[in-house]
Unconditional design. Sequence first.
Lengths: 311, 524
Amino acid sequence: MLLVLLVVVVLNFLMLHLAPGDIADTIAQTMGGADEQDMAELRKQYGLDQPFFIQLFNYVVRVALLDFGHSHFYNLPVFDLIMERFPATLLLVFSAQILSLFVGILLGVYAAQNPYGLSSLFVNMFSLFGYAAPVFWTGILLLIAFSLHIPIFPVSGMRDITIESDNFFVHFFDVLRHLFLPMITLASIFFAYYSRLCRASMLEVLGADFVRTAKAKGLSKKDVLLKHALKNSLSPVITFAGLSFSAVVSGAILVETVYSWPGLGTLAFNSIISRDTPVLLGILIFSTLMVTVGNLLTDLTLKALDPRIKI
Amino acid sequence: MNKHFLKTLLLTATLIFTSLGVSIAEPKKGGTLIAAVGNSPRHLNPAVQSGIVTGFPGAQLFATPIRYDNNWEPQPYLAESWEISDGGKTVRLNLVKDAVFHDGVPIKSSDVKFSLETIKKNHPFKTMFAPVVSVETPDEHTAILKLSSPHPALMLAMSSQLMAIIPEHVYGDGQDPKTHPQNSENVVGSGPFKLVEFKSGEHIILERFDDFFIDGRPYLDKMVLKIIKDPATRTIGLENGEIDFYAFENVARNIVRLKKNDNLTVTPDGYAAIGPIDWLAFNTKTGKTADVNVRRAIAYAIDRNFILKAIMLGVADEARTGIHPGSPFYEPNVEPYNLDIDKANKILDDAGYKKGSDGMRFGLTVDFGWPGLKPNAEYTKAALKKIGIDVTVRASADFPTWAKTVSNHNFDLTWDTVFNWGDPVIGVHRTYQTSNIKKGVIWSNTQQYSNPKVDAIMEKAGVENDMDKRKALYSELQKMLANDLPVYWTNTLPYHTIYSKKVGNPPMGIWATSSPMDMTYIKD
């Protein structure tokens, strides 16, 4: 595990080092120019004038001591910057993942009941649309529809800063209102995966002997479908959900940019553009952690669904 | 006095006010302005950080000695008056007596001295205060700037976001001012608004500073600057009324779209000093573009009108030189290089660049510094094909990648947007000075252009106090540059300010939002 983490850190560092340009260039950009002396000073200040291996060694040692360093761009501790934004991303990613699973499974079950009917076709089309449409495009369309023409949801941010109430629920509902569109947008990519997977899995299970037995026992259609068939067809869906967790995290970068959601995605995007290596490396370590936790949750869910599975 | 006379008087008064464009409405106090900004600033201290992103909050948090009106005339701000003597080598600033910083400590001449010295040492625009040798402080409210040579650019350099007066008792504590923790948190400023909260990438909240040195100002209680990177999201926010104000919009299709909205005012006014110009820069040192004939042929083959109408959708202005058309130094009577394909072909033929069997003479590359300039680069390929130049468009992954390529002089042609920053000494000279050919430094003389006569004119214009003589020198400079053509200037970057009808007195001077918004208010 530690070896994997070391490899991740080294590879990330190498890749970022290979990208042309550095923080001195981006600071010059934000300044509207800079002279040679300033740029040399900046490179010296951030240790960029040292050989690659020394920079790498220094970074690995610091990370081992749980010191993620300072952001070159914002001049703030990387850990603070990440922790400030981590909850927002966590909220977005988990809510979108849960929503896409819930809706995906619902659509899959619905489609499986009449696999070649019109409703199934509709479900397929709907989910494939979400899958095929670029996420930023879906985001903008939803904004035009529900922020401009039917102004129910805000266009950006995570909270309304002008609210001056101390009431927890006022702020809670404010965050929910801001979360709605980004969550739907991010979830839309995965509706297709989960609904189609669930449909296929359900169809297979519905043809199995134990379902026929359940039907023969005279159980209601609802019981057969939900208690027997669904439970047994969920494993592939949950497994896939765990595997696609990293894709949700990367999808969050685009969604956060469209909705100015103050999460790690926008920070990562800015850090790439500004060559803010310490922040980007910190985010990569955190997203690795987030994906690992996501996978662990998947395993636990699978175990709950199927006691034969051992962790 | 009869009724008829009174009616006539009233009508005349109304007509005079209307014709002068004077708003009769009294600014209203109170209210919150919700503004959008397109990027997150590194921090909020404009004394050590340039750029328009820091400029917006920076000019609200920090006052400068002077400010400028719409006609490029300096006006009192923190300095209630000033005297220039000794042929421009001594500038005396008489400071407002009762001005205080946000922590209540009085603003003294020693703070002016400290600020100027800090800026001179740390700000990237070294030419702003280069001739300032010392600052004398005979009393608490007088600062005397001693210069080694006359420096007319000094006045503009003391305005806008360029000379923020920062407190010595805070930023002079021995820490590096560039990385001072109070650049982002607990900022102690001298301007009309003080900082409530700065969350990078999210928002900046400012509130009225009650002890601001101009009585009754600012009018607004609060300013909320939301950081929204996505242009489409900002546009929707302006359309649905969630955002009241956005400056520096330059996406042509958004400007055209927002102009159709009856609840919004969209104006290009207020950017003359910022002075952004789009241009095609040439490598004048190596490759085919080292030949001035090639550069001229390229300029004749590129249709500036096509760029203005088709790419900029009619929202940008023509720029024939490297000085912004809104500047008093702009000289439009230079060779405009209007589209003339035959002439372009003839120049190349005469210069010995014969077409090959495939109809092509030679190949060149074109880069672009900003995503918005991609259409210009693609158009360049199509336009130059007509004169037998095979252009390869090189897309850079992002700004640092492009900056690396161009600053190391590994390019033939590149599209770029460069700012004037008020006086030509600050933002124009750097592109053409021989002494500013510096490898690895973006927005230096990356064209590697060198002409001793041009250098001499810039040196002379930089110290000329007489405005008319200075204008004549810059006119000559622009004609010489248009002749040598190290850069082919095409248009102004179409910066626009968009604001809701409920916003009164938006910043319409020469510095846009890089100026204090103490007079901006929210109408009923």
